[in-house]
Write a protein that binds this ligand. Structure first.
Ligand code: PRX
Length: 695
């Protein structure tokens, strides 16, 4: 353990305590127990694995990590030089930053003055290096037997054709393009085409509803929306184009008229004859894009020019447009991918995330392609036609790195090991987990059953805002502990602070903050610099505040304990309780709503909604269904409440603030832990709520 204590010591900062208050919701989470690492012990990489790994010992990591902290400019410049830059950055401006709100506006810049293009680096550079015939992407459709593939040269041609089309309709540098596509190869192609011409893509997960899509379109005002007519996920047919139609009509009413809806005809789901069409606005991808030249000049952009906007949930009802820029994100997504998965050119890599989330941005599209990797893109549901599909796909393509979310592991675990063991899975060598804490039981099953106790698991902690991995195993460098994301990546200085903002040393539990910037950090919230500073930099001055709770054990291993703000994590999807509440109260019969997260066996967290009704309205099963439908149509099916709890009144303080602490306890039926209810304006409502809990 002393080795690991040393890693932790190297990784922990020793900054000055700062006085700040915690967020109100945090206390409840911080008091809760965390995964007990000691019960599970260390899981070592095999000697064979360690000996071939890029970073093969704690000592090698420590040396590299120390350098990345002592000389970030030197460390990251050396890596950046392995990419192509049209003009090199100004050596004095490798990193300019201010993370301390008390010293002026927050500012983070990396490789300022450098000119590059991430599409060029992810595609052309690999072709020019002689990898034109290497497979860039395998595509596996929803139905077994449906598949396709693209070499790097073919990918380049397709990206160029789309880029040329976008240019021809007036999309240029700095223009926004919204992409609302399922996991077709056209999704990464569309991202890359935007990046090639300096346009800013905003991918909206194709599970979001028309309302949610419209909200994002209205915010970023794209020139074009790229979609497809329909998709099949499992047995379900989803008519995406119909959803886009509704959201475009809605956006137009709000003054944002999108001129073009470029629609890919996804023939296996729906024929074009069956697709509703608005001529003048709607254009079939297949009718126009293939007519454009397969060569398209690259728009060289500044390292700090925006690359993409990705909307994510926060603690208010309005989603936040997280803005990432080009140079730092490029260097960071590529480097984290390479090290956390111990990437080798012969790897076949599969990440089950959708490109609608940050994981799909950094670790389906950019990170892997920047490394010249072969990526598998899977369109369908992971348990269709049966729970063995993932392993069938792993065997079919010889997948070596498999990266997924704990919710899928837990779901497959429930379906039984026979769906796993009927496949070989021999090709696998590294596994990965992301999106939510992985409970040690699921970790063990992933490790023992899926990986045959052979493949290290990289439990990667990071966020939409961080652009890439922050705390993650380097799989050959040190032993793992089930449930722990282990140690910080190069250049990352995580600190755990108490509610006053005082950094804690050694074994401790508190709020996870980061000091100093890293190249992949987001630069702002689109159109809302105030919210950017208030949410992330004001709670603990001098630090980036992650919104997560974290424990560190005696060996320095980090265990993420979940969000400490009003954000919940359902099947790895980040949802703001306020978003669900505002959807519920838009229902004409709902007067007030309070949403909390509850433990859920498969989803990690479930959504539990307390609702009060408009005077005189009786509660009924029909009303419950209609409330759930309202959330589905305003956000998306993935945000539908698991439980609606009718409440004649909500527990509030005398100043009118809802006491969520009490609601969380009622929701999780921890009724003997309600704590002090005497400060409530009407203490009687608690008994009423308990009485109605299972009605
Ligand atoms: O609470 C943390 C959880 O997911 C949040 C970030 O969500 P999002 O921005 O949607 O990005 C998800 C994919 C990176 C974090 O604040 N989270 C993410 N990874 C982990 C995690 N919690 C525990 N362990 C992880 N490995």
């Amino acid at each position: 353990a002393s080795d690991h204590a040393a890693v932790a010591a190297a990784a922990s900062g020793n900054g000055k305590p700062r006085a700040r208050r915690p967020s109100a919701a945090a206390a409840a989470v911080l008091g809760e127990p965390v995964a007990a690492s000691d019960d599970h012990g260390l899981v070592h990489p095999s000697a064979d694995f360690a000996s071939q790994a890029l970073v093969s010992s704690t000592q090698q990591y420590q040396e590299m990590y120390r350098r990345s902290i002592d000389d970030p400019a030197g460390f990251w410049s050396e890596i950046a030089e392995t990419f192509y830059w049209k003009h090199k950055w100004n050596p004095d401006e490798v990193c300019t930053e201010n993370l301390d709100v008390t010293k002026g506006p927050i500012k983070i810049e990396w490789f300022k003055g450098g000119k590059t293009n991430i599409c060029y680096n992810a595609v052309d550079r690999n072709v020019e290096a002689g990898d034109g015939e290497k497979i860039a992407m395998y595509w596996e459709g929803n139905e077994p037997g449906q598949d396709a593939k693209l070499t790097y040269s073919e990918l380049l041609n397709k990206v160029c054709q789309l880029a040329n089309y976008l240019k021809s309709v007036g999309v240029g540098k700095g223009d926004a393009v919204v992409i609302y596509l399922p996991m077709l190869m056209e999704l990464p192609i569309a991202m890359l085409a935007c990046a090639r011409i300096g346009a800013v893509h905003s991918v909206v997960f194709a599970g979001f509803s028309a309302d949610a899509l419209a909200q994002r379109i209205i915010d970023c005002k794209p020139k074009v929306v790229i979609t497809c007519n329909a998709v099949k996920r499992g047995k379900k047919l989803i008519a995406l184009k119909d959803i886009v139609d509704v959201s475009l009509a809605d956006s137009a009413k709000n003054g944002v008229d999108v001129g073009i809806s470029l629609t890919y005809e996804n023939q296996s789901a729906m024929k074009r004859e069956d697709t509703k069409w608005t001529s003048g606005r709607d254009v079939w991808w297949q009718d126009v894009v293939p007519n454009f030249p397969t060569k398209c000049d690259v728009e060289w952009v500044d390292a700090e020019d925006p690359l993409f906007l990705l909307y994510t949930s926060g603690s208010t009802g309005k989603p936040k447009g997280v803005l990432h820029t080009t140079g730092g994100y490029m260097v960071y997504s590529a480097t984290t991918f390479k090290h956390a998965f111990d990437y080798k050119p012969s790897d076949i890599y599969w990440c089950t995330a959708d490109c609608g989330w940050i994981t799909g941005h950094s670790y389906v599209t950019y990170g892997p392609l920047l490394n010249g990797a072969t990526v598998l893109v899977y369109e369908g549901a992971p348990n269709y036609p049966d729970p063995g599909r993932c392993w069938d796909v792993v065997d079919k393509y010889g997948v070596t790195i498999f990266y997924t979310a704990p919710t899928l592991i837990r779901a497959l675990m429930r379906d039984g090991t026979e769906y796993v063991t009927r496949y070989s899975r021999k090709s696998l060598r590294v596994l990965g987990s992301v999106g939510e804490p992985i409970n040690p039981t699921a970790w063990r099953w992933f490790y023992d059953i899926i990986g045959d106790a052979r493949c290290p698991i990289s439990d990667t902690w990071w966020q939409t805002e961080t652009g890439g991995f922050m705390i993650t195993p380097l799989p050959g460098a040190w032993p793992l502990k089930p449930g722990s994301a282990t140690f910080p990546f190069f250049g990352v200085q995580p600190v755990i602070v108490d509610e006053k903002g005082k950094e804690m040393e050694g074994e401790c539990s508190g709020y996870l903050c980061i000091k100093k910037s890293w190249p992949g950090a987001f630069r702002t919230l689109y159109g809302d610099k105030d919210r950017y500073e208030t949410t992330y930099f004001k709670p603990f001055a001098g630090y980036y505040f992650s919104g997560d709770g974290c424990s560190r054990d005696k060996d320095g291993y980090h265990f993420l304990t979940g969000r400490v703000d009003d954000v919940i994590n359902v099947s790895g999807h980040r949802i703001g309780t306020a978003e669900v509440e505002s959807a519920l109260v838009s229902h004409p019969k709902c007067a007030e709503a309070a949403v909390v997260g509850i433990d859920h066996e498969v989803k990690g967290q479930g959504i539990y909604a307390f609702v009060t009704l408009v005077d005189g309205v009786p509660y009924s099963d029909e009303l419950r269904k209609s409330l759930v439908m309202t959330v589905r149509s305003q956000i998306g099916a993935f945000a539908a409440p698991d439980k609606i709890h009718w409440a004649p009144g909500l527990p509030k303080t005398r100043s009118g603030k809802i006491m969520r602490r009490i609601l969380r306890k009622i929701a999780s039926r921890q009724l003997d832990e309600l704590g002090d209810t005497s400060t409530l304006a009407e203490p009687g409502v608690v008994d009423q709520l308990i009485a109605l809990a299972d009605s």
